[in-house]
Design a protein around this ligand. Structure first.
Ligand code: UT7
Length: 335
């Protein structure tokens, strides 16, 4: 029996229409366009409409990913969604709702929670299911309505985040050249308080106190997270390249999590990456958490920069704390 590998077959994304610019934020909190641009590289971010929810965005991204693959909806046998802003915090999962919106019924579907690392975490899960032979075509989605947990009076967080979704089809193949080269994910829960939404949850069920103290909003130790992100990501990407005996100059597309331009620049410089190798979307989307990497992959696909067989290096870091990286060829059709 020939070996089964997981391969990355297609990409799709959805970006909500409404734009929240730095100039808009200047009118909301004590900040400036200059500060935001200099400290983060962000110019604007997109915000979902009031009646547009995480599953709506995820379903739209997924429709595109399916359309751009050779896989039909009937062939999809697993639907996974990474999100920390699900439609419902407890149940049902956003993956179940997305499956229904897509008309994919009678399929295994579940969410995972790994914050900004969610999409690369999903790659590890999809790979395991596919390479064990349990599933053949996995739809993976990173979708976030981050604006639903942002306090727009807190200048330290509200300037950073945006909404959006990205999706991909991961399929079984016998072709070694289409296989994921490597993917790994890690976590250290001792840093849980670096990035946290204190409520709702079993520690803080919904109460008047939650509302009064704004415990439903994201809180972040920004500077501490920043320093740890640079250190951890640099080590992580160097390790995945060394382990697979690949030089950084041979990576056409370095697609990091889009949290802050300065983090991306520091890691890119440590790898001696040239500007044209590094994919940058943080300026126009801000940090969209689990959606950030697939939205960035979609950007280079839609602009015709991503060709069949080209290697992608992904890296990410987020709440948990979690981090992950992946090295894989794009095994789908170019635009
Ligand atoms: O995606 C998951 C992982 N998340 C991240 O990777 C985010 C990592 N963190 C960051 O990107 C950065 O830490 C921030 C952009 C959030 C902040 O940049 P920083 O260079 O680390 O600034 P800081 O937090 O050390 O704050 C410096 C100063 C402070 O004023 P004082 O105490 O020096 O007077 C802040 O109050 O900047 C002030 N400040 C602001 N000023 C204007 C903080 N936010 C703002 C703001 N506008 N929006």
């Amino acid at each position: 029996m020939s070996q089964i590998y997981a391969s990355f077959k297609s990409i799709g994304a959805y970006v909500p229409e409404k734009i929240l610019s730095n100039t808009d934020l200047e009118k909301m909190v004590d900040t400036t366009d200059e500060w935001i641009l200099k400290r983060t590289g962000i110019k604007e971010r997109h915000i979902a409409a009031d009646d547009e929810v995480t599953s709506d965005m995820g379903a739209k991204a997924a429709e595109l990913a399916i359309e751009r693959s050779d896989v039909s909806k009937e062939d999809i046998d697993l639907v996974l969604c990474a999100t920390v802003t699900p439609d419902y915090f407890n149940m049902p999962s956003t993956a179940c709702i997305i499956s229904d919106k897509l008309g994919i019924n009678n399929v295994q579907a579940f969410d995972i929670s790994a914050a900004c690392s969610g999409f690369v975490y999903l790659l590890t899960v999809a790979k395991a299911f596919v390479e064990s032979g349990m599933k053949k075509n996995v739809l993976i989605i990173g979708a976030e309505k981050f604006s639903s947990i942002v306090d727009y009076t807190d200048r330290s967080t509200c300037i950073l985040f945006g909404d959006g979704a990205g999706a991909a089809i991961i399929s079984a193949t016998n072709k070694k050249e289409e296989a994921f080269v490597d993917v790994h994910a890690s976590a250290d829960g001792s840093y849980a308080d670096f990035l946290v939404t204190p409520a709702p949850g079993s520690i803080n069920p919904v109460s008047q106190k939650v509302i009064d103290e704004g415990l439903n909003f994201v809180q972040m130790k920004g500077n501490e997270t920043f320093k740890l992100a640079v250190k951890t990501l640099t080590k992580d990407v160097k390790e995945i390249l060394a382990k697979n005996e690949i030089n950084s100059e041979d990576i056409p597309h370095f697609i990091p999590h889009q949290a802050n331009y300065r983090i991306i620049k520091a890691v890119g410089d440590a790898l001696k990456m040239k500007e044209e190798q590094v994919v940058l979307t943080v300026g126009k989307y801000g940090n969209t958490s689990a959606a950030s990497i697939p939205m960035a992959i979609n950007d280079i696909w839609e602009s015709g920069r991503l060709q069949n067989g080209e290697l992608m290096l992904l890296d990410t870091f987020g709440g948990g704390l979690t981090w992950a990286s992946a090295l894989l060829p794009f095994a789908g059709k170019a635009k």
